[in-house]
Design a protein around this ligand. Structure first.
Ligand code: ZN
Ligand code: ZN
Length: 120
């Protein structure tokens, strides 16, 4: 699913959660939305099974330490706008264009998108 909504806060009333995951000994944090603990638990479990990750913890974002609260994390399942691959372990690559909100799985995808979309 590709999200195009600008004010996602207004459209999706569910809580933001943070999850700390680990892959090959390297920890990283992702955020996702869920309505309550059970949905969050389910989301995390399905995700780690699918991608063979280790989960360290997950928490509602508003209950997290302020150093987590004030940061924006990539989505648990980011979808590359260019190649439609789901990626989660690598940091999303934003478009060169400041007014473009799209994110990509790799620099290659971002450059291809840039060439087609923004270069005239
Ligand atoms: Zn891609
Ligand atoms: Zn762009």
């Amino acid at each position: 699913m590709v999200e195009v909504a600008k004010n996602e806060e207004d459209l999706i009333p569910t809580e933001k959660w943070l999850v700390s995951l680990r892959k090959d000994g390297k920890p990283f944090i992702r955020q996702f939305r869920a309505e309550g603990y059970y949905e969050a638990y389910d989301t995390v479990l399905t995700h780690i099974e699918k991608h063979r990750l280790e989960v360290l913890w997950f928490k509602e974002k508003r209950d997290c330490d302020h150093r987590y609260m004030n940061k924006n994390y990539p989505d648990l399942e980011s979808v590359c706008v260019y190649c439609i691959a789901i990626f989660n372990e690598t940091e999303p690559i934003p478009c060169y264009d400041e007014n473009c909100n799209t994110k990509f799985c790799s620099k290659t995808c971002m450059k291809e998108h840039y060439k087609f979309r923004h270069k005239k």
